[in-house]
Design a protein around this ligand. Structure first.
Ligand code: COA
Length: 330
């Protein structure tokens, strides 16, 4: 059996767009209320990228911070992964745009499509690249501009999503026993159409009809998604904790994907993690998909809750459906 940890988080960075959109801003346009949104989702505000900001430029901000804090430069990177559901273009990858922006000229750059679970998938792939000797340092970014695929006229989804980016540098080795203790990733493509963007891809390319039907925007069966989110995140927590060889009560901090406070609460409860150990940022950022976990990590660190040596459990769920969890000695 492989003895972990074999790779550790050497640096963490974040980019939070400036524009704040509050629930009140929706009240003016949609049949909704601040009270409904807070009660059903826990969201109070979210951030929107400025028109000139792309996933690559937001990722650049997060990446430069993560590299700085790791004491590395972009030239040290052997690989660079951008986990995103909202790539800047269909071709080429946002990873390649980011590579050029930060000057990571020695890296293999690519995108990873696992929706909200993308960051956990990214960590798992990055660890594999390190263990197989492909790279010593891998940048893993979660970056999203979800406002571009969100229908602002659909009250059931418009209120949920925001933009942003977060990044870590995963490096070979385990100083003081720190690093990735376990990962678990899984998916079920039979449930794809419960949360998807029907049009605008190659199955139904962009056309006047697609635009008229608004099928280039996200469609979601909210209640179904909710149910599966809790079931799968609980499975992922249990499995990652078991694989790490630790007990749930040893977990210092749970950083769940930030989709809905009720999903977060139910997951924590079933995973036997008390509320004071749970990091919540959904109130301030909404759901930023692949960016939500690294943004929450950065928030926890900035507010003094995430400290070196802590045992941290990350867990996510997303379109696909995809899900996964990791235990990290921080
Ligand atoms: N404001 C006011 N009413 C709204 C509303 C809004 N923004 N959005 C939906 N409603 C209405 C619905 O139209 C429905 O009205 P009806 O009963 O007259 O048909 C009613 O509220 C209840 O809708 P429902 O979908 O059952 O509400 P819910 O309690 O399930 O909450 C979500 C809706 C979307 C908040 C919830 O299902 C959810 O969070 N699902 C998971 C979504 C998610 O996390 N997706 C990303 C996964 S990574």
């Amino acid at each position: 059996m492989i003895q972990r940890p074999l790779a550790h988080v050497a640096g963490l960075g974040v980019f939070v767009p400036e524009q704040v959109v509050t629930n009140r801003d929706f009240e003016a346009r949609l049949e909704t209320s601040d009270q409904w949104i807070v009660e059903r989702t826990g969201i109070r505000e979210r951030r929107y990228a400025a028109p000139g900001e792309t996933v690559a430029t937001m990722a650049q901000g997060a990446a430069n911070q993560a590299l700085d804090r790791a004491g590395l430069t972009a030239k040290d990177l052997g690989a660079l992964i951008v986990a995103t559901a909202t790539p800047d273009r269909i071709v080429p990858s946002t990873g390649c745009y980011l590579q050029a922006l930060i000057g990571a000229h020695r890296a293999a750059a690519f995108d990873l499509s696992a929706a909200c679970s993308g960051f956990i998938y990214g960590l798992t792939v990055a660890e594999g690249l390190i263990v197989s000797g492909q790279a010593r340092h891998v940048l893993v970014v979660g970056g999203e501009k979800l406002t571009c695929i969100t229908d602002r006229e659909d009250r059931s989804t418009a209120i949920l999503f925001g933009d942003g980016a977060g990044a870590v540098v995963l490096s070979a080795g385990a100083p003081e026993g720190r690093g990735l203790l376990s990962s678990f990733i899984k998916s079920d493509g039979r449930l794809a159409d419960l949360l998807y963007v029907p049009g605008g891809g190659t199955a139904d390319p962009i056309s006047a009809r697609v635009v008229e039907q608004r099928s280039h925007f996200m469609k979601m069966a909210g209640r179904e998604v909710f149910k599966h989110a809790v079931l799968t995140m609980v499975e992922a927590c249990d499995e990652a904790v078991r694989r790490a060889g630790v007990r749930p009560e040893e977990i210092d901090l749970l950083i769940p994907h930030q989709a809905n406070i009720r999903i977060i609460d139910a997951t924590a409860k079933h995973a036997a993690i008390p509320p004071e150990k749970v990091v919540v940022t959904v109130d301030r950022y909404g759901n930023t998909s692949a960016a939500s976990i690294p943004m929450a990590l950065a928030h926890a660190e900035a507010t003094g809750r995430l400290k070196r040596g802590m045992l941290v459990l990350l867990v996510a769920f997303g379109a696909g459906f995809t899900w996964g969890a990791s235990v990290i000695r921080w």
